[in-house]
Design a protein around this ligand. Structure first.
Ligand SMILES: [Fe+2]
Length: 138
């Protein structure tokens, strides 16, 4: 299964949408690395996981900067979601084995966590996107 930014997940803000694409890409790469059980040179599981985590941090920061700049009324709840999301992602990635493929449970936890992000995009991020558009930030 590949995650992708389908039309219904577009927020209308070009930066947010293109960062969501990179995020889904990183999630797909991590799941591919899981499937291969690859832990040797190149983008292995640990490196792919670190990239995903760093990118999530960077992307959430960008979204929060935009919200602050435009005084978005959902800022506090939105940040709370981001903080919790980052924490759970760290917990999941901390559970990665140094060698060999991750457990089935860990893979399904990660999938669930990506689905949580999709729900977040469909609701909070899309509301934010509409608001930003109304402020001329596209
Ligand atoms: Fe968000």
């Amino acid at each position: 299964m590949r995650y992708e930014v389908t039309q219904d997940l577009m927020t209308g803000n070009s930066m947010i949408d293109s960062e969501h694409r990179v995020l889904f890409d990183a999630a797909n790469k991590l799941l591919d690395a899981f499937a291969d059980g690859r832990n040797d040179g190149g983008m292995n599981i640990v490196q792919t996981g670190i990239f995903l985590k760093n990118y999530v941090d960077k992307h959430f920061e960008h979204e929060q900067e935009l919200q602050k700049k435009h005084e978005w009324r959902e800022y506090d709840t939105h940040v709370r979601f981001h903080e919790q999301y980052k924490q759970t992602l760290s917990d999941i990635l901390d559970g990665l084995p140094k060698d060999g493929p991750p457990s089935v449970e860990l893979v399904s936890e990660l999938n669930l966590h990506i689905v949580r992000l999709i729900t977040h995009i469909r609701t909070m991020d899309k509301r934010l996107g509409s608001y930003l558009q109304s402020r001329g930030e596209v």
